[in-house]
Design a protein around this ligand. Sequence first.
Ligand code: F0G
Length: 457
Amino acid sequence: MEIPFAESWKIKMVEPIVKSTRQERELWLRQADYNVFQLKAEQVYIDLITDSGTGAMSNRQWAALMMGDESYAGASSFFRLKETIGRLTGFDYVIPTHQGRAAENVLFSYLVHEGDIIPGNSHFDTTKGHIEGRKAVALDCTVDEARNTQLEIPFKGNVDAKKLERALAEQADRIPFIIVTITNNTAGGQPVSMQNLREVRAVADRYHKPVLFDSARFAENAYFIKLRETGYADKTIKEITREMFSLADGMTMSAKKDGIVNMGGFIATRRQDWYEGAKGFCVQYEGYLTYGGMNGRDMEALAVGLDENTEFENLETRIRQVQHLAHRLDEYGIPYQRPFGGHAIFVDAPGVLTHVPKEEFPAQTLTVELYLEAGIRGCEIGYLLADRDPITRENRFDGLDLLRLAIPRRVYTNNHMDVVAAALKNVFDRRENITRGVRIAWEAPLMRHFTVKLERL
Ligand code: F0G
């Protein structure tokens, strides 16, 4: 018989998690104003709110912590991290930061100015925030196919080269650089093909513009290139990674994802001018250049994490778990952004809660129902997150309304995934009876989804 697939690691330490009753969850969620960000983590059984900073470090990473050099300046841990990043990406200049958005803040303080336009593929919220906060425009040039959840194409995270070309043809003087997010989180953890990265590079070169990768999940992107793109099946993840980064001028990195550390980030680049321009902002906002917001020990753990997570077996274990959950949902007929992405399943909420009108936030309603069903915490990536139009103040109902189930790395087993799928199925099975959603009782003027207070209708 064929030997089945299993994880490329075994477990040395466990952390108990507790179930609760539906009655308890009803109370807790009411106290949290139907906003899962306001729940206490101990009120959650399976926590899929994010894959960011929630991964499990390996024995090698824990051992590396002990090697941390906490010297203020010139710590050996910094040089170990710099060497690893240089080897994996080809970038010589490295600035550590405390997380991904801090890398954006430091680099964009140098690169982004009022009136600029930064084209890219579905900029992440914080990336957009750091652009718009500087009175510049984040121009979305994602391929249109990403908006159709049921369309099965291998690289749904791609940049539409025509949209990019048009932006450059019309407004090149306002565009300081192009940003490509790998994988494309907002479009569903969807990868960007090497072919597309090459196309972006070619367009950028024609207009003499640099290219920045938002690289939070670059290793997962490399895995999909290996599996889905012709010509890469026999290349190692490290070879693919090198090739990807050879098409960029630099990267911002949230190390909390594919670096598999709980906190950390960095900027890396081959451009001396970017390094020289950004380094003052690192000192101002983060810390001195050889720690920039990170402990020595965390830089050690990150160096090991980056090395480990650019090995095929680790990524295969990870993505096959996402696939496992996807296959369960396929069995139950539950719609999600297809094909499954790298770090999460994005459930198509209006396709599940068919009777809840969009004005009553189907994805948030599904988030609430899933928590009440089994204590599982997902995260709305939909109409609440989309916020209001800054001018008309109307809710933006034109995008997708998704429930993201983000899977922490090396944390849960496939049994947990089966629990998640079964709970979703139970909600799906009673969808005819779920006819009302939620109403906003109070909201902040910006980034409302973290603090919004809701009422159940
Ligand atoms: N870029 C991408 C693509 C991200 O997904 C994130 C964070 C960031 C940048 C910012 O990094 O959190 O370290 O400051 N995404 C998390 C998420 C929060 O849940 O998707 P950070």
